[in-house]
Design a protein around this ligand. Structure first.
Ligand SMILES: Cc1cc2nc3c(=O)[nH]c(=O)nc-3n(C[C@H](O)[C@H](O)[C@H](O)COP(=O)(O)OP(=O)(O)OC[C@H]3O[C@@H](n4cnc5c(N)ncnc54)[C@H](O)[C@@H]3O)c2cc1C
Length: 469
């Protein structure tokens, strides 16, 4: 247990909350407090008022009513991949037990509870020939990603995850469970398609599935020394790729540390991660010039089943050391950008950056109608993300300098990426255009005038919403 001198809620208040909620409620002096309040990122030390592990929607109603009575905020946080310090002081709602998954293959829809992670949903879709618009990570939740807009393996082919939403079950600021659709509450439904967790606690979502009878993808790894050949070939691939092909480039510098397996330790790799909705032959015809650029040292590209989609990028499912990171949307991958990235973060640059990823965006998500929701349309052509571990203030300063030098010369897109790639220190204005933000704030004031709900990226931190701890 952490060293809590003054618990945020008195025993009496905590007991009252416990008496109203079926699931476990954990307070600051209880065993399991640190586990319950832990964010996925080890760098975020969040300090909620209490943590409620809700059993069902009725529990969520009880938590929201209790918070409203006691002048507390409520923040849903299924897993905490997007945790920020904005949730401090709120009653944290953990949704892990809301684990319903119902697939309707005929209607091509799914309904999932707010605790369901992408791996669980992809497992349930195995063999259906249908895909949900998943991101890259198996342990991120479906609801957490969809509410933020979402950058998906299928964004180019089918659009953003948020735009696939058909209905949202949520508990509103009066503590009442409601089903929200485009017909029932057009403004609120619009906001939920990418506006984040500021409008209620979502208990389940229904969304469209997309037909994908053939999937082909995986990772091709090259030695980091070959990045000067691989990166231009990948840039060329993105210029000609059809919407069915999504590819991301990862430049990885493995630290020279005993925790890293011997064959990888201290070495650099350039990986191209791929997803193609279609046949292997059609994909390989597109990939030929990339393959010719340099010899691959490892490869996982194959015909994919649905459960394998979320492991293409081989991302961690457990948090590592505290990290500093940057996400930078840009529109054009020019030769100058390629040269700059190689010079700043390539092999021999001496960069402290450990991982640098460029995701090719565009396609259906760029062409989507922005009126569908604040996270329906993602217009930047690419996003450059980079990160490095920080162990002490000196490393942090070096890393910050390196990240700033990496992105500064790359002209930033004037369009946002929604919430899911927004870093804590970035303003909400980086996520949306001005019109969407005005509308989101109007919806927030209409549905939650007292500011009961607090998202990891609040749409409004103005005076009307600031009256709670
Ligand atoms: C390793 C890694 C890989 C990632 N890959 C991708 C990717 O490919 N594409 C992408 O778009 N994003 C990606 N993300 C970002 C991720 O989508 C966000 O962090 C997002 O917040 C979901 O994470 P989570 O499910 O843990 O939600 P949490 O971090 O637990 O919640 C984030 C916020 O979502 C809202 N929220 C979540 N559930 C509810 C609910 N039931 N009711 C109301 N509000 C709710 C709340 O505002 C909450 O603060 C990745 C993150 C990591 C760490």
């Amino acid at each position: 247990m952490s060293d809590v001198v003054d618990p945020p809620l008195s025993d009496t208040v905590l007991e009252l909350l416990r008496s109203r909620v079926r699931g476990p409620v954990v307070g600051a002096l209880d065993d399991g407090w640190d586990t319950s309040r832990r964010a996925w990122h080890s760098g975020v030390d969040q300090q909620p008022a209490a943590v409620a592990h809700v059993a069902d929607a009725a529990d969520v109603e009880a938590v929201v009513r209790f918070a409203a009575e006691h002048g507390l905020r409520v923040a849903a946080q299924p897993r905490g991949h997007g945790a920020t310090q904005h949730l401090d002081g709120a009653v944290l709602v953990r949704t892990g037990d809301l684990d319903e998954i119902t697939i309707d293959t005929a209607a091509r829809t799914a309904r999932v509870g707010a605790g369901v992670a992408w791996q669980e949903l992809c497992d349930a879709l195995d063999g259906t020939g249908l895909v949900a618009l998943s991101g890259s990570n198996p342990s991120v939740t479906v609801v957490g990603l969809m509410l933020g807009g979402g950058l998906s393996w299928f964004g180019r082919a089918f659009g953003t995850p948020a735009s696939s939403l058909l209905a949202v079950d949520l508990v509103d600021a009066t503590g009442v469970a409601r089903r929200v659709t485009a017909d029932s509450d057009p403004d609120l439904f619009w906001a939920l398609r990418g506006g984040g967790g500021d409008f209620g606690v979502v208990t389940a979502v229904e969304f469209a599935l997309h037909p994908a009878p053939a999937l082909y993808g995986g990772r091709i790894s090259f030695l980091g020394e070959h990045a000067p050949q691989v990166m231009p070939a990948w840039a060329e691939l993105t210029r000609t790729a059809p919407h069915e092909l999504s590819s991301w480039l990862l430049l990885a510098h493995m630290p020279d540390l005993p925790q890293v397996p011997e064959p990888l330790r201290g070495r650099s790799f350039v990986n191209v991660d791929l997803m193609f909705v279609g046949s292997p032959d059609a994909a390989e015809a597109l990939l030929a010039p990339l393959r010719a650029a340099a010899p691959a040292v490892r490869e996982t590209v194959r015909v994919l089943r649905e459960p394998e989609i979320v492991s293409i990028a081989e991302e961690p499912t457990e948090p590592g050391p505290p990290m500093r990171a940057v996400s930078h949307p840009f529109d054009e991958l020019t030769d100058d950008v390629v040269d700059h990235v190689l010079a700043t973060a390539g092999v021999g640059s001496g960069t402290p950056i450990m991982g640098l990823q460029m995701r090719h965006l565009g396609g259906a998500q760029a062409a989507a109608d922005p009126a569908t929701g604040p996270g329906a349309q993602i217009r930047p052509g690419f996003v450059l993300s980079a990160m490095a571990p920080v162990f002490d203030p000196e490393t942090a300063a070096l890393v910050d300098e390196a990240l700033a030098a990496l992105v500064a010369p790359v002209p930033r897109s004037e369009h946002g990426l929604g919430l899911t790639f927004l870093q804590e220190e970035q303003p909400i204005e980086d996520a949306y255009g001005p019109e969407a933000l005005i509308r989101l704030r109007d919806v927030k004031r209409a549905v939650d005038p007292a500011g009961v709900f607090r998202s990891n990226h609040p749409v409004d931190t103005g005076p009307a919403q600031a009256g709670r701890p």
